[in-house]
Design a binder for this molecule. Sequence first.
Ligand code: MRU
Length: 366
Amino acid sequence: MKVNGKHYRSLWWVESRGELEIIDQRWLPHDFRIEALTTMQDYADAIVEMRVRGAPLIGATAAYGMALAMAQDPSDANMDKSWDFLDRTRPTAINLRWALNRCREALRPVAEGNRADVALKLAHEIADEDVDICHSIGQHGLALIREIAAKKPVGEPVRILTHCNAGWLATVDWGTATSPMYQAFDAGIPLHVWVDETRPRNQGALTSWELGSHGIPHKYIVDNAGGHLMQHGLVDLVIVGTDRTTRRGDVCNKIGTYLKALAAHDNGVPFYVALPSPTIDWTVDDGVAEIPIEERDAFEVTHVQGLNADGKISTVQVSPNGTQGGNPAFDVTPNRLVTGLITERGVCAATPEGLAALFPEMAKVS
Ligand code: MRU
């Protein structure tokens, strides 16, 4: 997507230096900073500190991390050590492990002397595939938005609520939840997006920045506003992303998603989840019982970061001195609250049958 007229992906390989560059998302939307990852520790820190974030993007980053590991020492021992090192960075989004597994399985049979080249090629492949997947999700989501628009008086916007940032910053390009929005807007369908701020890390500010850069009308709202807006008929549909969706269609996503799904259900608002297939965990059925939920540092809750009056990025404390914070980063929405899953192969019900019908080859081997 474009930033100041120039096309960017959220990460890219700099051939001349043999390095990966990323956008350090901790400073957005106020500052656009680019950073090179040059050591294994850089890769791990970038994921842990959420310089890169979003399930597909941390998967792609980890794949480049494996490529660096293979360039440094292509032995089996280092491959396993690096897999473990990167896997430990964040526990909830399954794309991270999916990418690491894909790399390890592909590299195992390769002669050590060729592993660095093969690993880098594979990382490029994973990144490019993500772009294609997200584009296809956008096409299927566009069809849904078009259907809703067709039932409205001409010129009235389709009002979409989204939570967190499942945008191009969270993927390699396009985004998952935002891809239908970009494609609908580009097709001339009037839109209005309600953007949840998504405390504590305020990923909604990233979504606002993205949508604003693309010219899509939107409003940045507090996390608790969604239920009220739905009760008053101001939301036509919800589209969110996911960090891990189970075989039966339970959806784990950013904390607060479950409450939006409950409010949508209570108000008859369709609740869709944009789901790239690498985010499906075919080994898990019951998301509430089985998905590990990341608990992040309480500092993220007791403090907020923003621009101060001098236009400088600064952090301030919002809770009283000594207050303990709690910071579960994700929650699980049971499949019964999900209207449909928008995948790269089409839209399906959030059921084992719905997912298996679209991805029979993956459902079978699990
Ligand atoms: O903690 P984050 O910012 O990495 O969480 C991101 C989300 O929850 C996204 O909704 C999800 O990863 C889907 S991104 C296409």
